[in-house]
Design a protein around this ligand. Structure first.
Ligand code: IPE
Ligand code: IPE
Ligand code: MG
Length: 252
């Protein structure tokens, strides 16, 4: 059993997922793309439940990018409706599992119905602590950095921040994910090998796990496989292999 192969003390604190492949999944079955989006909601439900059960503290899912507005109006509308439906349908279980909803992205540009559903979900789950579920909606890694830079620049203009004091923690603290650990593991289903404008700053040292499985087919077993593989990786963060100090400059 895969779960037995997991070291529960070395789980990633933060997992990020690019939920991709819904359209192709549907098209391969001769169905409209939107059927794939609906099927993808089931995968989300299963993965959220599994992360909470395992004790992963943060899960960030890419649900709608700043570039996804380029899609046909019908598809965008269905995605927004699915979001509202998901929040209404899942809210009780999210609360029962102690999960907090935290949307990230330019939320002010979402349709009113989506904004209202998100606000209600945030309010209802605000005191939950087991898992933070970051829903990336109208999210772009570049717009996130633009928004951070704007806020920082305003602080400089008001004289509450000096340019020389801006460091990495200043940028971190102005991202939508402020206060959260960076993702340890990024999962991308559907066989594409790119970041697609997701968490550009936060992914600096994230481990990537790609699969050709389409998101609607992604199940708990795939998550466990990703976690087992993750635990086999050696993360060096620019340093040396653990225990190998022969080349260490400081010897400390
Ligand atoms: C991911 O599936 C969902 C969103 C981007 C909203 P896609 O709709 O991108 O599916 P493919 O990549 O076209 O198969
Ligand atoms: C990334 O998938 C965005 C989401 C999954 C929400 P896309 O399907 O939009 O990305 P590209 O176009 O393949 O890079
Ligand atoms: Mg796609």
């Amino acid at each position: 059993m895969l779960k037995a192969r997991l070291d529960l003390h070395r789980l990633p604190r933060h997992v990020a997922i690019i939920m991709d492949g819904n359209g192709r999944w549907a098209q391969r079955r001769g169905l409209p793309r939107t059927y794939g989006h609906r099927a993808g909601v089931e995968s989300l439900r299963e993965v959220v439940r599994a992360c909470a059960e395992l004790g992963i503290g943060y899960l960030t899912v890419y649900a709608f990018s700043t570039e996804n507005w380029k899609r046909p109006r019908d598809e965008v509308d269905i995605l927004m409706n699915l979001l509202v439906e998901y929040l209404h349908r899942e809210i009780d279980e999210l609360c029962a599992n102690d999960i907090r909803i935290h949307p990230i992205g330019r939320l002010q540009e979402l349709p009113v119905s989506a904004r209202e559903a998100l606000e209600a979900a945030c309010l209802r789950t605000r005191n939950n602590h087991r898992l933070v579920l970051n829903l990336a909606l109208n999210y772009g890694g570049r717009t996130e950095l633009v928004d951070a830079v704007r806020t920082i620049a305003q602080k400089v203009a008001r004289g509450v921040l000096s340019p020389g004091d801006i460091d990495e923690s200043t940028i971190d603290g102005h991202l939508y994910t402020a206060g959260q650990p960076d993702p340890d593991l990024l999962i991308r289903p559907a066989g594409d090998y790119r970041v697609s404008n997701f968490l550009l700053w936060q992914l600096s040292y994230t481990e990537f796990w790609m699969t050709t499985v389409m998101w609607p087919d992604f199940r708990r077993v795939h998550l466990l496989q990703a976690l087992v593989d993750y635990q086999r990786r050696e993360r060096r963060f620019g340093g040396l292999v653990r225990g190998d100090r022969s080349c260490s400059g400081t010897g400390s």
